[in-house]
Design a protein around this ligand. Sequence first.
Ligand code: CO
Ligand code: CO
Ligand code: CO
Length: 312
Amino acid sequence: MTRDPNTLVGFGTLDDAGVYRLSETQALVQTVDFITPVVDDPFAFGEIAVANALSDVWAMGGTPLTALNVVCFPSGLDPQILHEILRGGLAKFAEAGVALLGGHTVDDPEIKYGAAVTGLVHPAHIWTNAGAQVGDALLLTKPLGTGIISTGVKQGVASAEAEQAAIHSMRTLNKAARDAIARVGARACTDVTGFGLLGHLSHMARESGMTAHLRAADIPTLPGALELARAGVGPGGTARNRAYFGPNVTLSPGVEAALADVLYDPQTSGGLLVSLPKEQGETLLADLHAQNIPAAIIGEMTEASDGQIIAA
Ligand code: CO
Ligand code: CO
Ligand code: CO
């Protein structure tokens, strides 16, 4: 397949969204993402699915403009549930300033909801997985553990506090975080979703030709996530992520097994993970904390050595 010269980001680099150049100053950012329910409340599910779908545009440094709903819904189910899901989604499109132009619904035994999203980015300011440099700080804008807590809720073993914290985190748009990152500039950025922190970070390290060093103690986790992981609660995706990315990850013996589970935990609507010069990292951290965004600097990029990630 010949690649269109205007395709700036396409298949192959495991980036969050595709980017297509329109002119010297404008490029389209396009992505599609839809998920199965992660919470019981249909309105909250709609909010989360849209926050999750929009995130890939912000993760590329772009501004989402328009969206199309993607819906799978069983014909036998109460249409009021679908109405609530779409109302939740619309609330998040409105909050993001994104125009919903339409969508498509398919009769399907399992509920799924999300969106195809189109945005704009300046071709010179695209945040890909490549571009991280030696000495960069690694900053994460949301705590980890949504997969573990969602599983705990389904099994009836998660506390109300853990459930509420996870829902709050998942429905929070990455818009303010993206705007703060844009003020200082990013060398590389992605959002943390299904591959977990270690999966998405390993993509960034690989595409940038770096090894990431994580300080395990500095990695933020949602309340209750570690306790549930210690009790053996977690989604099937954790083991799949560990099997796939584990060979490129070195965890020191001091890293607790439950924390390792959280680092591999698949996230829904997770935070932005950004690589940027240390000084800008401190400025960004202060900016995010001033906006009550629970960000943390979790490690740094180093010369490529053994594997893609070392956590101690
Ligand atoms: Co993404
Ligand atoms: Co995505
Ligand atoms: Co990116």
